[in-house]
Write a new protein. Sequence first.
Length: 94
Amino acid sequence: MLTNLLIAFSVILALRIAIEDSIVKCILYSAVLSALVGVAFYTLNAPDLAITQISVNAVLLTLLFAYTLSKCGEYYEKGREKEKSKEAKDYGKK
């Protein structure tokens, strides 16, 4: 019974991830989804899969996604700074 409930919540959460606009929320929902699947594996008497699911998908991939998102934000900000300085130089030429 618990396994069916976990799988139902996992499907609902996966659909929520698919329609979510915010990348940060998608990353967090993905971590929760991985944890739910890990618990479902444990209830199905597969503790080795549960440990792997939670440690790799819920923790490591979430950290990797968050790190990548932070680096993309830094890259985006640097690009915007270059655009602003270029616009300021072009404005001074006019």
